[in-house]
Design a protein around this ligand. Structure first.
Ligand SMILES: C[S@@+](CC[C@H](N)C(=O)[O-])C[C@H]1O[C@@H](n2cnc3c(N)ncnc32)[C@H](O)[C@@H]1O
Length: 282
């Protein structure tokens, strides 16, 4: 994978898995004791974290033994949920070498290496045969992908007939553009937000049939308010800082990225959408 790719450069971090293990140690969890539940607070790189992952995977009706491809898998949070909670056979593909490496290290740490194959690659040019997977999922990656129709066409191609594709993504809002930096982009040169209706139309153009479409902007807004209130209450009570990894995953500008995202969601300058499609059997 091209290390000069501007999207991969945005997400590039060194020694990510070690930094996450160190964060858990600061919270009293030694390396040998790290479980999926501990990681869940740190490894879901999207709004509403683990709760949203489960909402999408439930909507996709994933069953034991299914072959599932995760596009833009990051450090593998959703992939580990797929392997552990749903007993799926997972392929986790991502553009950014450092995140793939962290994904592999965290899988080793919790004993899931044999059930999750991690591949460096581009979601718009998949290295798989036609009709390989029962499910294809993507979470908070398409914001970085200009060629969404190509990505959806690839998802459709690698799905078996009757298979399903689901996304959970940040989309363009109704009230103008957001401010940058954002968690997925330092500026708008690597950010490609479109309205959810456009995403649906593009997916339908390549032959996918919409089964479920949800606007989760209000749920996300409420979640962010609850998170901030809980953090403020914890601080006022003199408690330890909440277990989170925003600074590790998003680097030195993490606070500005999180602030801009909260404001953009509040002001409807971005939205949050979830969708499930089927590849018809013909
Ligand atoms: C915000 S992270 C989300 C990671 C993961 N899906 C999660 O929710 O925890 C976005 C990820 O998409 C990946 N990505 C962006 N463009 C991509 C592309 N064209 N192909 C594959 N991965 C891509 C980035 O490298 C990054 O890991």
């Amino acid at each position: 994978m091209d290390r000069d790719n501007p999207v991969a450069a945005h997400y590039d971090r060194t020694s990510l898995a070690e930094a996450l293990v160190a964060r858990l140690r600061d919270h009293g969890v030694e390396r040998d004791a790290v479980t999926l539940e501990h990681l869940a607070a740190l490894d879901q790189m999207h709004v509403r974290g683990h709760e949203a992952t489960v909402e999408l995977l439930d909507a996709l009706e994933i069953r034991k033994g299914m072959k599932v491809l995760d596009l833009g898998a990051g450090i593998g949070g959703p992939a580990r949920v797929l392997a552990s909670r749903y007993d799926a056979r997972v392929t986790a593909l991502d553009l950014t070498p450092a995140l793939c490496e962290a994904n592999r290290e965290l899988n080793r740490l919790v004993g899931l290496s044999r059930r999750i194959k991690v591949i460096e690659g581009d979601a718009t040019d998949l290295p798989f045969e036609d009709a390989t997977f029962d499910r294809v999922v993507t979470i908070h990656a398409s914001m970085n992908i200009d060629r969404k129709r190509t990505m959806y066409r690839e998802a459709h191609r690698v799905l078996k007939p009757g298979g399903r594709f689901g996304f959970y993504d940040i989309v363009a809002g109704v009230a103008g553009s957001p401010d940058y930096p954002m968690p997925w982009a330092g500026d708008d040169s690597v950010s490609f937000l479109v309205p959810p209706s456009t995403m649906r139309a593009l997916a339908e153009e390549v032959g996918l049939r919409a089964l479920d479409f949800r606007d989760l902007t209000n749920a996300s807004r409420a979640h962010m308010v609850r998170q901030q209130e809980a953090a403020a209450a914890g601080k006022a009570a003199g408690g330890p800082p909440p277990l989170q990894a925003g600074d590790i995953l998003m680097g030195p500008t993490a606070a500005a990225k999180q602030r801009n995202l909260r404001r953009a969601v509040k002001e409807a300058r971005v939205g949050i959408a979830m969708a499930v499609f089927e590849k018809p059997r013909k």
